[in-house]
Design a protein around this ligand. Structure first.
Ligand SMILES: NC(=O)C1=CN([C@@H]2O[C@H](COP(=O)(O)OP(=O)(O)OC[C@H]3O[C@@H](n4cnc5c(N)ncnc54)[C@H](OP(=O)(O)O)[C@@H]3O)[C@@H](O)[C@H]2O)C=CC1
Ligand SMILES: C[C@H]1O[C@H](OP(=O)(O)OP(=O)(O)OC[C@H]2O[C@@H](n3cnc4c(=O)[nH]c(N)nc43)[C@H](O)[C@@H]2O)[C@@H](O)[C@@H](O)C1=O
Length: 318
């Protein structure tokens, strides 16, 4: 354990990337393929339900992956988190417990667990350092998901301490890009607004409704940058503590809405629905630990939005 260069030296090592149709996993698979990794194992949710411990055990016994990236999860925006708290806590606890434990039991050399910036207290110091974890109350709209993710970090740490198992955790900020979830209500803000502005443009609507006050600040990272960071950490980090992964740039939701509106080419007005929750007021992460390890984000929000809208037009049924 602690040997960090072997990941890049064996391009035929078997890597299980859990959650393969998702935003993050599809980007990680693209990144691994671009680096000539040849033995990437994926399973659809229908083929392998990761909440079922016996199925997960059988899968690991049969496939014996050498590396695991765990990005399968129950994921959604502020409305989904607030509406389905039981799903967000129970599904995520089950998936991560099954996958981390089976990885250890079946001799996986290294696992990376993906958490989220929502693990931090609602009023954490800004930018948020890794050691702000468990220093205050969570944001109520996503505390169930956050508690599951915090348990994932602690499980990786506990297995490292007790079993000398190379389990690391990365905490991404709000992500976006190709293969995002563009659902009208359950998605995150960026794909939700892209879809709503596009629909309004096509229908010649004069107004688009945006949730909340527009004042919360969010940090966005393109999923290709996140995939690059994840692979970088697989090859260059083997520590007990989790690592923040952000772009270092934040915008208000109002600024984001104006930018998405411009990229999509919608020319009407924004109407703010203040009956909808704002969520946490600000969550800019301090990603200096990752910068010290040698990694920084490359894709600007404007370029990332243009790329994502192009993908949306080519791939999402209008
Ligand atoms: N998107 C974001 O802004 C952020 C995401 N993250 C984290 O990144 C990771 C990936 O998120 P993201 O790609 O956005 O999410 P997606 O919803 O796009 O992808 C998650 C994937 O997990 C699969 N999955 C869910 N439940 C199960 C299950 N029981 N068995 C097998 N597969 C399952 C989903 O399949 P299906 O759709 O069929 O259920 C889906 O393919 C998650 O850990 C998330 O917490 C962290 C910070 C921000
Ligand atoms: C990644 C992260 O994602 C979630 O937390 P969140 O950052 O609050 O995410 P969000 O993208 O849903 O909202 C951001 C802001 O945007 C506003 N907003 C405006 N209009 C729409 C809109 O149409 N849809 C949505 N979803 N939000 C909107 C919304 O009111 C809020 O102020 C959690 O799942 C959390 O667990 C998590 O990990």
């Amino acid at each position: 354990m602690g040997e960090t260069d072997s990941f890049f030296s064996n391009k035929s090592a078997k890597i299980f990337v859990a959650g393969h149709r998702g935003l993050v996993v599809s980007a990680i698979v693209r990144k691994l393929q671009s680096l000539d990794f040849t033995n990437i194992v994926v399973r659809t949710h229908a083929d392998l339900d990761l909440t079922r411990q016996a199925y997960v055990e059988s899968f690991f016994a049969a496939e014996k992956p050498q590396y695991v990236v765990l990005a399968a999860a129950k994921v959604g925006g502020i409305h989904a988190n607030n509406t389905y708290p039981a799903d967000f806590i129970s599904i995520n606890l089950q998936i991560q417990t099954n996958v981390i434990d089976s990885s250890y039991r079946h001799g996986v050399k290294k696992i990376l667990f993906l958490g989220s910036s929502c693990i931090y207290p609602k009023f954490a110091p800004q930018p948020i350092p890794e050691n702000a974890l468990l220093s205050g109350p969570l944001e109520p709209t996503n505390e169930w998901y956050a508690v599951a993710k915090i348990a994932g970090i602690k499980m990786c740490q506990a297995y490292r301490i007790q079993h000398v198992f190379d389990a690391i955790s990365a905490m991404p900020t709000n992500l976006y890009g190709p293969n995002d979830n563009f659902h009208s209500d359950n998605s995150h803000v960026l794909p939700a607004l892209m879809r709503r502005f596009h629909k309004a443009k096509m229908e010649g609507a004069k107004e688009v409704v945006v949730w909340g006050t527009g004042s919360p600040l969010r940090e966005f990272l393109h999923v290709d940058d996140l995939a690059d960071a994840v692979i970088y950490l697989m090859g260059n980090y083997s520590g007990l503590d989790h690592v923040n992964v952000g772009s270092g740039k934040e915008v208000t939701i109002k600024e984001l809405a104006e930018l998405v509106k411009e990229v999509v080419g919608f020319e009407g007005e924004l109407i703010w629905d203040t009956s909808k929750p704002d969520g946490t007021p600000r969550k800019l992460m301090d990603s200096s630990k990752l910068a010290l390890l040698g990694w920084n984000a490359k894709i600007s929000l404007k370029d990332g939005l243009v790329d994502t809208y192009k993908w949306y037009l080519e791939n999402v049924k209008q």
